[in-house]
Design a protein around this ligand. Sequence first.
Ligand code: XUL
Ligand code: CO
Length: 437
Amino acid sequence: MKSFFSDIPEIKFEGSSSRNPFAFKHYNATERVEGKSMRDHLRFAVVYWHTFRGTGSDPFGAGTMQRPWDDGSNSVANAQKRARVAFEFIGKLGAPYYCWHDRDVAPEGRTLAESNRNFDAVAKVLKEEQKRTGIKLLWGTANLFSHPRYVHGASTSCNAEVFAYAAAQVKKAMEVTHELGGEGYTFWGGREGYMTLLNTDMQREQEHLAQLLHLAVAYKKQIGFKGQFYIEPKPKEPTKHQYDSDAAACLNFLRQYGLLPHFKLNIETNHATLAGHTMQHELEVAGAAGALGSIDANTGDELLGWDTDQFPTNIYLTTYSMLAILKYGGLSTGGVNFDAKVRRESFEPADLFHAHIGGMDAFARGLKIAAAIRRDGRLDEFVRQRYASWDSGIGARIESGKATLKELEAYSLKKGDAAANASGRQEFLENLINEFI
Ligand code: XUL
Ligand code: CO
């Protein structure tokens, strides 16, 4: 096949003094950090939807992207050609993984049977290309939000026919993920929420969402798919409120419906900020529950209030993300998946390289800085010391669960007041972080 990126070299590591825009300054796949290669720590993935299907359109204007390989048609042949180009791009970039929605890779047909046939025809090419390049599928998912049938949601639709159709789509997407050796499968509740409570039976809708997930858990067992299931929190957009609002809401939902053992969370930066949290907060919530699975690496814009899905370049963001990820033992089944799109104004194919190189370098720096902060040990030691009153005496007794209210009253009456507090030293700690950045 004709090369569509012949003017762009394979992206290699050249070190921080390099001025070559088509080289990594920090991502050195084989370099070891905390005993593991950068490649294995970061497990970078390229998303099919933004990178190969994004048109650059917005509510005020048409698409702008120049994609010379794409004939703009909805044909299977075009989708197959696009798949080969996608692998040329991912291969040159040196990312080990990619992710898709079913409808990103293959066109929707007039019937479900036709859609499934289209999907199989493109999956055949994906399989060939995976084999040829060694690039693997991090996770697959079903698009249960774009088609007008999902106007009221998919599993949470008021229309039971739509639930049935969504379930069929999930079944097929799981099968193809399994066939392609996918290491995970993600559920993002695209329209699983509401626009107004006036027309919504929230309890019934949430029960239906849980039912679909239980059906998927059962089918996973049936077909022997060993990949990890993820649920991806997002509070709003496209709906006013989505049931998978944030990490805490997802964990509560999974626990309430007996699904927690089967799922981990896929935490996305721009979704965290839409929920009024930082990425670090969401990673901490997931990590503390033993449910930190994977991340959708992107960023929002401080001045725009929506899901702008920009490539991450902020070193504080990547450092805090990697500090949380390393703290909870790193990514095992998951990865750093760039659910991010180039700006509408960045319409040339070369911009796809600049965007991914920048994101990969930003995460590589975040990883190295986080490892240096951990090696230094002062931050961890400060936090350990801050809670030292819990390690012995009355603190240890409370933590052991043996203390009663009566005993704690007697203790406090005797002391007269609690021992003095120490400073939280936030500014000192912020300065400490800056020593490493
Ligand atoms: C949407 C979003 C999705 C999921 C997969 O905001 O993040 O692309 O990652 O469905
Ligand atoms: Co996402």
